[in-house]
Design a protein around this ligand. Structure first.
Ligand code: AQP
Length: 343
């Protein structure tokens, strides 16, 4: 069975979008819209797997949409919408909850990280998160997903769910003339070296929307002063930058800042070390701040402008949802029939 090449990805509106979300995800989405059929979602149903204040959720949902657009995603070309407007995601997730095994979910490292020692007391949604993610992808029969390092395990699970569904319902799929495999086995799309941006306070923790410290991340809505201030205050060890890239080993904060500079400049860490090796932080940090402001400044300005215009943003999300729903419903018509639901 051949599937139309299609890209799906999503970001949770679960806090302030940050440099990691931009370099690891949003920036990679933009060129794909010229080569693929792309669907970019604001996954608000994923966000409520942990408590979200309703007004904050609305604000953050619009913020992710503005980031997509300010970064260069054209909502006429790619489909941009929020997940909860397309109920077929939840419907397929339920079917997948019945296909996936509890043991598969228990093995997810993100669940273990987020639940910590409190796993009896977190929401059931947090455990079932990867099943909803599989539904997000497969309701569009997406063939490719641009993923960061941290999402690889969830994508593996999507592939396992697709394969198990195809296998469990093989006869029903064949009886309906729907080919051999109903769902594609989605491939990760790795564009360039994996970028993992770490916290500015602790180089061993990833930069995250839900980190309680605002100083740990550069938010996409930070202005030039805030960006420069956060970089100036970023934790570092006292030694100057190493003379070789190997010298970054065992120096997580230095490694992170050099990595950020490299990602912002579309170059390698080795190249950055060739330029700054042996120099002190008093030279490197202002140069990094200048890069960050040059890249993020115009995008932040555009986000701040767009976010005021909720009517336009909501109309874009509504239009995207209609286009998404048409694809998702076609899949669900077949899924209901395959599974044995009468309509
Ligand atoms: N620090 C990071 N470095 C590189 N990429 C990152 N991504 C997230 N953090 C970094 C990528 O951004 C996309 C959005 O992911 P998400 O919204 O599903 O949530 P997440 O991965 O859990 O991101 P956060 O910011 O850490 O959110 P919270 O704190 O709510 O959990 C993904 O493609 C991810 O790889």
């Amino acid at each position: 069975m051949t599937f139309t090449p299609r890209v799906f990805s999503g970001i949770q509106p679960s806090g302030d979008l940050h440099l990691g979300n931009y370099l690891g995800a949003i920036r990679r989405f933009v060129p794909l819209q010229d080569t693929h059929d792309c669907i970019y979602c604001v996954v608000d149903m994923h966000a409520i797997t942990v408590w979200q204040d309703p007004d904050d959720l609305r604000r953050a949902t619009r913020e992710v949409a503005t980031a997509y657009i300010a970064a260069g995603i054209d909502p006429k070309k790619a489909i941009v919408f929020n997940q909860s407007q397309v109920m077929q995601h939840a419907e397929l997730a339920w079917v997948f909850n019945c296909v996936a095994r509890i043991g598969w979910m228990n093995r997810m490292t993100q669940f273990k990280d987020k639940a910590g020692k409190n796993s009896e007391n977190v929401s059931l949604g947090l455990l079932a998160y990867p099943s909803l993610m599989a539904a997000d992808i497969l309701v569009y029969k997406a063939t490719h997903v641009p993923v960061g390092d941290d999402q690889k395990q969830h994508l593996e699970l999507t592939r396992d769910i697709a394969a198990k569904f195809n296998n469990d319902y093989a006869k029903s799929i064949a009886d309906r003339g729907l080919g051999e495999d109903f769902f594609p086995i989605t491939e990760p799309l790795i564009a360039g070296p994996a970028t993992r941006i770490m916290s500015l306070r602790d180089g061993t923790k990833k930069m995250s929307k839900s980190d309680p410290s605002d100083q740990s991340r550069i938010s996409l809505l930070d202005d030039a002063d805030a960006i420069a201030r956060k970089i100036k205050k970023a934790t570092t060890d006292p030694a100057p930058l190493p003379e070789t890239v190997e010298g970054l080993l065992g120096r997580p904060e230095a490694d992170n800042l050099v990595g950020i500079y490299a990602a912002l400049s579309d170059t390698s860490k080795a190249q950055v070390i060739a330029e700054f090796g042996g120099k002190g932080w008093g030279i490197f940090k202002p140069a990094l701040a200048e890069r960050a402001v040059a890249q993020l400044g115009p995008m932040g300005d555009e986000m701040r402008r767009l976010i005021e215009d909720t009517t336009t943003i909501d109309a874009i999300l509504h239009d995207g949802a209609e286009r998404a729903r048409a694809i998702a419903e076609a899949t669900m018509v077949d899924v209901r029939s395959i599974v044995g639901f009468i309509r």
